[in-house]
Design a protein around this ligand. Structure first.
Ligand code: AMP
Length: 629
């Protein structure tokens, strides 16, 4: 079947289409209804059906491939390299589940993970899935304030963490950040399970902190049966940044997610049982959830969990792993490829990558020169895919499992089955024509696998995602897009104040709040500015309460460093602005709204556009002067 017909069928006969896809997973109890859309925009898939993500990803494969690799762990940071078979992974997950149960974690309880890329993180996620606990993974690069706000929102019964991560050969201790975050949080977890990697000393808190190695020893042989969950129970929440300072907990179900991932493994990624999938993402992001932890194993593939950078010990490491583990499907981010592009191209051909069928890239725009460079260098199809934490799997791409549609440079592809994608005029809500810019929107019901709601806040779900296009209850991606005459889409950037640094989504508001917490700062504006390597970087403009003590360039420079440090400590180094400029006023509208778009345009040496609403034009002059200085 061609992709267009496949897509049409998925929209015109949603129930028939997804009922068929649902056969890709095991149901303990069959569902009674494929779709319940009686309370728009809330969508319930496979109502009444009972299943389990852990069972489908691990137990189900025990009969045919118990001794085949399931989880391959490689750390170029510590030099560890271990492979767990499906049987071994099954046991590790049951041991972890037994530890959680013993500590009183049960169905529906939240378990927050603040972990580096180690197998125990995957054990913990699957242990939650097995017993019906809800995991909430917080990226290990976030610091104490980010972590505290997520702890407060998720109110976890348990936190699982480790002494440290390691990045580019440098140990990054976690425990003090975690202790600080728990100190800051209003809701304190009862138990903290610590994996001690022996990388950094830890202060243990008596009665609260538990030692994983000790407990694992005790539960080495534990048998923990699967808890069958109704399809619409919650599998996890994952926080993502938006336009407010408060991150949203993207909430996902069990059955819909399992079906969506299994279907994507078949139609989009084309992975087969017994093969190896390698995603160089991190479990702290949605790609890690969908295509390190769950997707590959659902398809009976082995997954590589990689702790390290693309350039250590040398820029051939990713391809060396492809060769060594005969990787057939690989997933990475444009930033990683741009990093490699700066290195000797000989690394691309130094290893035998012939096992690879395709390299998928996502998370940020894939620029044409990078796409061309990697495509020519690797001699394999490069497939861009566009999606969001909210959707859990690609919205736009090509599906070679359905049809070998050619890719087009600069375009992530076409709407995937299940997504009724439209490009809408921002103000009128009307559909725009080919080659016209519009907001990328999805007509609900959203397909299986997409977010159910914002954790604990149904109203915010509706208000944020379904209320921005006038007169229409459609899901907004908050991305601009355009479609060419042949139906290929192109993504043109965000419509809101979210920025994308090296594939990591950050809210400018969160960074602004952090900068404003510095005692010398009165207010500030943060914008995303185009960057050759990272796609975008954050640049800040701050107004000081009293500029007098900071007149000298030396003291200003010191203050800039201090402000950056505050962001580092509160949010983490990924949120640190590349520059902090000091001005005496910010460009604002007469109603007091900061003109971030105009600031951004000046930073990128573009025309700032319509400025009729500006309160004081001299503010823009200050931005110009700061950039020139
Ligand atoms: P996240 O939820 O962190 O995955 O970020 C999602 C956002 O990243 C999207 O709304 C886009 O702005 C951007 N994005 C993700 N994938 C792509 C892509 N393939 N091309 C262009 N932008 C992308």
């Amino acid at each position: 079947m061609d992709l267009q017909s496949f897509h049409r069928e998925s929209i015109e006969d949603r129930e028939g289409f997804w009922a068929e896809q649902a056969n890709l997973i095991h149901w303990h109890k069959p569902f009674e209804r494929v779709l319940d859309y009686s309370n728009p925009p809330f969508t319930r898939w496979f109502v009444g059906g009972e299943t389990n993500l852990c069972y489908n990803a691990i137990d189900r494969h025990l009969a045919s491939q118990a001794d085949k690799p399931a989880l391959i762990y490689v750390s170029t940071e510590t030099g560890e390299e271990r492979t767990y078979s499906f049987a071994q992974l099954h046991q590790e997950v049951m041991s972890m589940a037994a530890i959680m149960l013993e500590q009183g974690v049960g169905r529906g309880d939240r378990v927050l993970l603040y972990m580096p890329m180690i197998p125990e993180a995957v054990f913990a996620m699957y242990a939650c899935a097995r017993i019906g606990a809800i995991h909430s993974v917080v990226f290990g690069g976030f610091a104490s304030h980010s972590l505290a706000s997520r702890i407060d929102d998720a109110t976890p019964r348990m936190i699982v963490s480790a002494d440290a991560g390691s990045r580019a050969g440098k140990v990054v201790p976690y425990k003090h950040l975690l202790d600080e975050a728990i100190e800051l949080a209003g809701n304190k977890p009862q138990k903290v399970l610590m994996v001690d990697r022996g990388l950094a000393p830890m202060r243990r808190i008596h009665g609260r902190d538990l030692d994983y190695a000790q407990l694992r020893d005790r539960h080495r042989q534990a048998q923990v049966p699967v808890t069958w969950l109704e399809s619409n129970e919650i599998s996890y929440t994952l926080y993502t940044s938006g336009t407010t300072g408060k991150p949203k907990g993207v909430q996902r179900d069990v059955g819909g997610y399992a079906v969506a991932l299994a279907a994507s493994m078949k139609h989009i990624y084309c992975g087969n049982p017994g093969e190896t999938y390698f995603s160089s993402s991190d479990i702290g992001w949605v790609v890690g959830h969908s295509y390190i932890v769950y997707g590959p194993l659902l398809a009976g593939m082995a997954t590589i969990v990689y702790e390290g950078t693309p350039v250590r010990p040398d820029a051939g490491i990713l391809w060396k792993l492809v060769e060594q583990y005969k990787v057939t499907v690989m997933f990475s981010a444009p930033t990683a490829i741009r990093v490699l592009k700066k290195q000797d191209p000989a690394y691309l051909s130094a290893h035998d990558t012939s096992s690879l069928r395709a390299l998928f890239l996502a998370g940020e725009p894939l620029d044409e020169p990078t796409a061309r460079w990697i495509s020519e260098g690797l001699g394999r199809p490069i497939i861009d895919n566009y999606w969001q934490t909210e959707t859990g799997w690609p919205i736009l791409t090509v599906a070679h499992g359905v049809e070998k549609t050619p890719t087009r440079l600069g375009s992530p592809g076409m709407p995937m089955y299940g997504y009724d994608v439209r490009l809408l005029h921002e103000q009128t809500g009307e559909e725009v024509g080919a080659n016209e810019k519009g907001v990328v929107a999805i007509v609900p019901p959203l397909p299986p696998g997409c977010m159910q709601t914002v954790w604990g806040d149904d109203k915010r779900f509706v208000d944020t995602y379904f209320s921005s296009i006038p007169g229409r209850m459609v899901y907004s991606t908050f991305d601009w897009g355009v479609r060419d005459d042949d139906g290929y889409y192109f993504i043109l950037g965000r419509t809101d104040d979210v920025i994308n640094v090296a594939g990591h989504r950050l809210g400018t508001r969160e960074i602004e709040e952090s900068i404003s917490s510095h005692a010398a700062v009165a207010e500030c504006a943060v914008v995303g500015v185009a960057d050759q390597l990272k796609g975008q970087v954050a640049v800040a403009f701050a107004v000081l309460k009293d500029p007098a003590p900071y007149e000298a360039s030396q003291t200003r420079l010191a203050l800039e460093g201090e402000v950056m440090k505050v962001v580092d400590q509160q949010l983490g180094a990924i949120a640190r602005p590349a520059r902090v400029h000091f001005v005496t006023l910010l460009p604002k509208t007469r109603s007091g709204k900061v003109l971030r778009r105009a600031i951004q345009a000046l930073c990128e040496r573009r025309d700032p556009g319509d400025l009729t609403t500006i309160e004081d034009p001299s503010a823009l002059e200050q931005v110009r002067a700061a950039l020139a200085g």
